[in-house]
Ligand binder design. Structure first.
Ligand code: NAP
Length: 500
């Protein structure tokens, strides 16, 4: 695949664009570029296949936790979902189908890892593993958020004699039916795994550091006849998508706002669900001491039944160390385990890193982000011209479907790419003042959110203890991306030292 900077007319240019990552956001960017007639782009994917999160996460029980009708691109609704909260394999299939339909294959380079990107002589140089260097006018990173496994720093982990893996690296070749399986963690992932595995292993032991609130999902399967109907009347699928999206607007999206009625509803529903746990001691252990919604709420119709299964055990004593035969807790007890699953989450503040990014005058992104990762409107960083991020710092990933967020961001980024094409700008970056005031205002609001004040720690928070995600409603965020305020950006016209 060869990328050449071409000038179509005196003002129209076809920029060389490199997208990093062929998951949901990278594919979306590719589709929009194709639709707008850009052809000089490539999508780099370090893995052998596309699909991001849904390629990596294939653990038992994996499913999405927003209604599947909203978990599609807006321009590609899907009437084939088998259930309200579609399983991971179905979602992966959906994205593979979209990739085929939009003929993105010719633009995607799998097994291609971008190791570094540096801005030099008014262009980006992207170094690939293996040494090849690509040149680009514009870089868009779409590396995902829940991507780099967070491996727990537990002494003795490497001495464990059985099978051990992170939830996003599931080894399906191991038959669990005769095994004692230990699961570390109590997040959404662990709840889904416990829900799926209870009663299907010799023994299931969940190691809990912090209990989580669990709300019923009210999942439901969709019948063949209903799918047939939707196939015949496509407008119905679009309507369902809108209805579910509206329900997210009215509920999840309002969660960060203090005192939201949705929080009260979640509180009531979660406390009621907890009553399914019959044993008062187990119920006490499963009761969090923080506000409902502070950590991402777990939606599950199975978890409380699963953890009460006679073969399931909840261990709340802290983990002392891991030994060849199992996990020793702080009370001195050894919990014998054959298979250890670390459902310990992800390093969510890495963004595109460990890819090394250097902007103008060699400015290292790690240095710029040393006090904490910031971006202007979640997509761009001062000092890094023509560099855009999908789902970057302070994106509203805690309160809406990530696909809708990516669409809002991709459409915003396209406005800058259009400027480049039309010869209105050859180099674009947010200015420092605008970025600072944007982030200062956001931090003020962030202090009042349920995530900061709810009495819990979670991956939503940055090292200062404030949410690293958008603290308002999704609607407000989306609106802020509807047009570009040129006062917030430094634009160099072509000829002004920038690429022509
Ligand atoms: P998570 O929410 O970050 O949970 C990680 C769990 O591991 C927590 O219980 C944490 O305990 C525990 N943990 C981490 N390090 C530990 C250690 N050293 N010792 C003991 N326990 C440790 O991760 P996740 O469950 O993978 O979920 C991440 C996000 O992915 C979710 O919030 C959600 O957005 C998304 N997700 C979505 C779905 C879905 O769509 N249905 C499914 C799965 C995941 P503490 O709480 O004490 O820190």
């Amino acid at each position: 695949m060869n990328m050449k900077s071409s000038t179509k007319s005196s003002v129209e240019r076809d920029p060389r664009i490199v997208i990093v990552g062929a998951g949901m956001s990278g594919m979306l960017m590719g589709i929009l570029l194709k639709q707008k007639g850009f052809g000089n782009f490539q999508i780099l994917e370090k893995a052998a296949q596309i699909g991001g999160t849904w390629r990596d996460n294939h653990y038992p029980g994996v499913a999405c936790d927003v209604p599947a009708y909203t978990y599609t691109y807006s321009f590609e609704p899907n009437c084939e979902w088998s259930r309200r909260f579609a399983e991971g394999a179905e979602i992966k299939e959906y994205f593979e189908g979209v990739c085929r339909k939009y003929e993105l294959d010719n633009y995607i380079r799998c097994n291609t890892k971008a190791e570094a990107a540096r801005y030099e002589n008014n262009q980006w140089l992207i170094t690939l593993e293996g040494g090849e260097t690509l040149q680009a006018d514009i870089v868009v990173t779409a590396a995902g958020v829940l991507h780099h496994p967070n491996m727990p720093d537990i002494p003795g982990l490497d001495t464990f004699a059985g099978h051990a893996w992170h939830s996003s690296r599931w080894d399906h070749s191991v038959d669990l039916s005769d095994k004692r399986v230990g699961i570390i963690g109590t997040g959404s992932t662990a709840a889904q795994i416990v829900g799926a595995l209870a009663g299907k292993t010799r023994k299931l032991v969940q190691f809990q550091r912090t209990p989580q609130w669990v709300h019923p999902a009210f999942d439901a399967s969709y019948s063949e006849w209903s799918k047939k109907l939707l196939r015949r009347m496509p407008f119905l699928t679009r309507t369902l998508r809108r209805v579910f999206e509206f329900s997210l607007f009215m509920t999840l999206s309002r969660l960060p706002v203090p005192g939201s009625y949705f929080q009260k509803m979640l509180d009531w529903g979660s406390r009621r669900a907890l009553k399914q746990v019959k044993d008062p001691e187990l119920r006490r252990k499963l009761t969090p001491d923080y506000v409902v919604g502070c950590k991402r709420i777990i939606l599950s119709d199975q978890y409380y039944q699963a953890i009460q299964h006679p073969d399931s055990h909840l261990v709340c004593e802290g983990i002392e160390k891991i030994e060849p035969g199992g996990i020793r807790t702080k009370d001195g007890q050894l919990h014998e385990i054959d298979v250890l699953v670390m459902a310990t989450g992800f390093q969510t503040h890495n963004y595109m890193r460990p890819m090394e990014v250097k902007g103008e005058d060699g400015l290292h992104l790690d240095d710029f982000w040393e006090p904490g990762a910031v971006a202007h409107r979640g997509v761009a960083v001062p000092g890094f011209p023509n560099f855009f991020m999908m789902l970057g710092p302070h994106s509203p990933i805690g309160n809406f479907s990530v696909i809708a967020i990516s669409e809002a961001q991709a459409n915003y980024v396209m406005k800058f790419i259009e400027m480049f094409r039309q010869g209105k700008a050859a180099r674009v970056q947010p200015n420092l003042d605008a970025t600072q005031s944007y982030n200062d205002a956001m931090r003020k609001v962030a202090k009042g959110t349920i995530w900061a004040r709810g009495g819990c720690k979670s991956w939503y928070l940055d090292k200062s203890g404030l949410p690293a995600i958008w603290p308002g409603t999704f609607a407000a965020y989306k609106q802020s991306l509807e047009s570009v305020n040129l006062d917030e950006f430094d634009l160099s016209p072509p000829g002004d030292g920038a690429v022509n």
